[in-house]
Design a protein around this ligand. Sequence first.
Ligand code: GDD
Ligand code: MG
Length: 370
Amino acid sequence: MKAIILAGGEGLRLRPLTCNIPKPMVPIVNKPFLEHMLDNLKRHHIDEVILAICYLPDCIQRHFGDCGDLGMSLTYAFEEMPLGTGGAVKNAEQFLDDTFVVFNGDIFTDLDLTDMIRFHRYHKAKATIALTPVEDPTAYGVVETDSQGRVRCFIEKPSRETVTTNLINAGTYILEPEVLDLIPPGVHHMLERGLFPDLVERGIPFFGYRSNAYWIDIGVPEDYLKLHHDILMGKAIARFPGKSIADDIWLEDNCNIHPSAKIVGPVVIGQGCTVEQGARISGPAVLGAKCTVGQGTIIDEAILWQNVKLGKDATVRNSVIGNNSVVGDSTWVIDGSIISDDTAIGSSNRLEHGIRIWPGSTIEDNAISF
Ligand code: GDD
Ligand code: MG
């Protein structure tokens, strides 16, 4: 069975992490998100994948090429202008000749796809949509089904008053090629506001497959951090680079860790990192390749991308720092702060309350003070 991954959105809610790379390429424990998705597809014996790309497409194509080394075949369906979730699938129609699966390109899940395919066939459905329960359904597509699992109603991002169930569209669909006839070609179309309500209205067999499997959409920084937390705490299963050197500590090659540094797992440290005297790293935390943690600096539940330099006596807690950024001595980056790539933050600053720092920014010493 072929799969199409919707990987063309701009990832606006994840900015500034998605200013320089598209959302499917953000690192999750030192490996692009999309690689985790492809790992998962291989586990379900899907090895022909179409990537529907639009925003920063080169970044994806350069990294994956034809994907021969993963033992999969990758085809790209490029949109000049964003065509929406439905328009993107329609744009790939030439590659789809049999039952196929569609994935939102920002969902991490261990959904039992094989069982979902069985369910789709058993019900002779023309479309089946995975459903997952969430606490606040208003940020998602809410799906009502009858006792047989047939979809009765699909409402995208409803207001709180109109919500009648906590089951939402989990962003995985199995579709028969003929439903593509209902999507107009070459125009912007959303599956969630167009095709799905249309299937209900026309009485076409459209089913919801309910699952309690691990599920998260990484589309906002809090959930990007949460996925790291869940993987490192063993709540979500993923493979990532690094060798286990002690309980809950994984290290890649060529690292230089000072004997007085204290590391309390779960912590993953990428290739060529340096951790200086008296530094302390408490997990769940991830350091990308070539990071330096200065003397006496504390990292606590944080994610550093590649080549991040932290000065002396700094603190980074529950935050993300992008590639090639520098944090000065005694500076605090805490409480959900999101620092993008190529930033230079001087010493003795305090960044907190989910502050977002754009790529290439410079903050002088003592500019945002205690
Ligand atoms: N190729 C392409 N072109 N992909 C797109 C486009 C486009 O124009 N627009 C969005 N996408 C991709 C995004 O990159 C993402 O992988 C996926 O489609 C879903 O878009 P989001 O922007 O992340 O949507 P959402 O999270 O607000 O809502 C969707 O996902 C929820 C589950 O997390 C909807 O499908 C909801 O119904 C659903 O509950
Ligand atoms: Mg999303």
